[in-house]
Write a protein that binds this ligand. Structure first.
Ligand code: SF4
Length: 215
């Protein structure tokens, strides 16, 4: 079945969602000198593979899970903007130059879902959607929030989880340091978390894949 056509008007909502998804991916085009905050809280090899084999993940541009997550993000961001139009900024990007010990220069780039001004201070809100509420808040999400607190100079971040079983929030007031950021950029711990390989698009070619025994 194609788009809805009536009286010469045509409407194809699925194509609109596909475009939304494609544009989101385009915002994260890889550049060798740029590290995203999300690169610092996952297996460092994934970034290398994305630079070397970009087509392997391009086929994932239209997955229902990704689209559902995007819609929840857009809905919550719009809702917060409606409730606090003066105080709320959504999808805020910042880039920070980082000098590495060997003298080379890279850029750390982050995109906070929401930044709210409350009583002269800034708070971040990170929206996480998940199929389950097991083991939340997850370690890599807390680390991501700590790095955002450092990058955007936030007093704290709220990690907001939207799952089928629970909608809840956690306050993360810890803050990363420049030393930690450099250490994460240079990390060669493959994978960063054991569970990552199970969900990794590059596990089909990666010699470092960790195969966990099924329980
Ligand atoms: S398979 Fe594992 S070690 Fe290899 S890139 Fe993926 S997450 Fe990293």
């Amino acid at each position: 079945m194609g788009g809805y056509v009536q009286g010469g008007l045509s409407l194809d909502v699925v194509s609109l969602l596909y475009e939304l998804s494609r544009k989101e991916r385009e915002k994260h085009i890889r550049k060798p000198e740029v590290f995203w905050v999300t690169d610092l809280v996952r297996c460092p090899l994934k970034r290398d593979y994305e630079l070397r084999f970009p087509e392997l993940v391009e086929s994932n541009v239209f997955t229902p899970t990704f689209i559902l997550g995007e819609l929840i993000h857009k809905g919550l961001e719009a809702l917060l903007k409606e409730v606090m139009p003066e105080e709320v900024e959504v999808e805020v990007e910042k880039e920070q130059e980082v000098m590495l010990p060997n003298g080379s220069k890279v850029f750390l780039r982050g995109r906070a879902d929401v930044i709210v001004k409350v009583g002269g201070e800034y708070l971040g809100i990170e929206i996480k959607t998940s199929r389950s509420d097991v083991r939340i808040p997850q370690e890599h999400h807390v680390d991501q929030s700590r790095i955002y607190n450092w990058l955007f100079n936030l007093k704290a971040s709220i990690l907001l989880y939207v799952t089928p079983d629970r909608v809840t929030q956690y306050v993360v007031d810890g803050r990363a340091t420049l030393e930690e950021v450099v250490e994460r950029i240079l990390s060669s711990k493959y994978p960063r978390y054991e569970w990552e390989c199970r969900y990794c698009a590059y596990s089909v070619l990666c010699p470092y894949k960790v195969v966990l025994r099924q329980t």
